[in-house]
Write a protein that binds this ligand. Structure first.
Ligand SMILES: *Cc1c(COP(=O)(O)O)cnc(C)c1O
Length: 395
């Protein structure tokens, strides 16, 4: 049996052709593929606007910049996420306030967030970053209601959930990142994620002002629009009007652009995204049925409508033993995540073991099983069989 990772990309012949065509075109970057990818992606998730970026972390950074996070601003997020969800607050000098997860969903527990907000004067907190962990959608309608009460913004970290959704209180399907509830949502196109472009990211929003800010910040804070210039025509070097070459750097931005050949790859992958999600759901249903009655299972991702299954997580006894056993069998299950508040970088701010019992207990037992559309039935059966063998030998 060849090595089975926890996640991996799938590159088709069409993907390769799309990249080659772009490499042979006039534009390697800042060309037409970017807007095409943005439009198709916005269409896929149902948002008004999308901005393609060099990676998901850059996307998070531009979100906190565009929302005006400043030194000392308190922002709430979950400890069970990739560090970047929290780090983006620090990039702007803000203060990360972690809050515990719901042990059933593994998502930020909205009731604990409410308690946190109630226990401080209004205005103490500036925003919330819920993460659609493993591909399970947060109920953003509920988060929006709470955020409005306290005048907070929301960044939805949807890196795990393109194509995922939840049902709102009217029974309508709300796609992750569709901009109906969160101010901004972010995605990553790293190869382990649903849509791969090598490196890549996207911000989606329905807010035109934020959209325009993001476009500017993506390219050094430069504006190229006669109507927006603040210097005079004369200072710009023109006579009647601004000269053709003129542009203005109005804010301190970055170069966080995606290249056109990456966008071409992303665009080609996007056309298979729905198929990929369907296959992920099949795999999840199979894991759930095979494992649900096992005594060694303490919890698992389970079958949930709208789940995008970036990961399939189980919670088990002797997680270390299982992890090492599976590696010996060429199965590279992985752990998501070491709680952020226990990272040495965050411990310096006073976070410590014992702060978040549910997150810490989850971390003691969690392991992510192989989950990607090209995992074959035989490979999945092999994984399930090896898990059973490990526990039948041990218990
Ligand atoms: C992958 C990921 C990111 C960062 O994306 P990159 O493209 O790797 O920078 C942020 N948040 C979560 C939850 C992720 O899984």
């Amino acid at each position: 049996m060849k090595a089975i990772p926890y996640g991996r990309q799938h590159i088709s012949e069409e993907d390769i052709q799309a990249v080659i065509e772009t490499l042979q075109s006039d534009y390697l970057t800042q060309g037409p593929k970017i807007a095409q990818f943005e439009e198709a992606f916005a269409n896929y998730i149902g948002s008004k606007y999308a901005v393609a970026l060099s990676n998901g972390t850059a996307a998070l950074h531009l979100c906190t910049l565009a929302l005006g996070v400043e030194t000392g601003d308190k922002v709430i997020t979950t400890p069970i996420t990739f560090a970047a969800s929290a780090n983006c607050i620090r990039y702007c000098g803000g203060e990360v306030v972690f809050s515990d997860i719901d042990p059933e969903t593994y998502l930020l527990d909205i009731n604990k967030v409410r308690t946190l907000l109630e226990s401080a004067p209004k205005g103490t907190y500036k925003g919330i970053i819920p993460v659609d962990f493993a591909g399970r959608a947060n109920n953003l309608e509920a988060f929006r209601e709470l955020a409005d009460e306290y005048d907070l913004w929301i960044i939805e970290d949807s890196c795990h959930s393109p194509g995922g959704s939840f049902k709102d209180s009217h029974g309508n399907t709300q796609n992750c990142g569709n901009g109906n509830f969160a101010d901004l949502a972010i995605f990553s196109f790293h190869p382990v994620k649903h849509i791969a472009s090598g490196e890549g990211g996207m911000i989606s929003t329905n807010d035109k002002n934020l959209y325009e800010k993001l476009l500017q910040l993506r390219t050094h804070g430069i504006v190229k629009n006669n109507d927006l210039y603040t210097n005079t025509v004369e200072l710009a070097g023109g006579d009647e009007q601004y000269p053709g070459w003129y542009m203005e750097m109005q804010n301190l931005g970055f170069n966080y652009r995606l290249t056109d050949f990456q966008a071409a790859l992303g665009l080609s992958q996007l056309s298979r995204a729905n198929k990929g999600i369907s296959r992920r759901r099949e795999i999840a249903a199979k894991y759930f049925d095979a494992l649900k009655d096992k005594a060694y299972i303490k919890g698992q991702s389970s079958v949930v409508e709208g789940h995008a299954y970036h990961l399939y997580v189980i919670e088990v006894e002797d997680r270390l033993g299982l992890y090492n056993y599976l590696r010996n069998k060429n199965i590279y299950a992985q752990i998501h995540y070491i709680p952020c508040h226990l990272m040495p970088y965050y411990k310096q701010f006073g976070w410590k073991e014992g702060d978040f019992p549910y997150a810490e207990n989850y971390y003691k037992h969690c392991i992510s099983l192989p989950m990607y559309p090209t995992l074959t039935d035989d490979e999945q059966a092999y994984v399930i069989n090896e898990i059973n063998t490990f526990y039948s030998e041990k218990y």
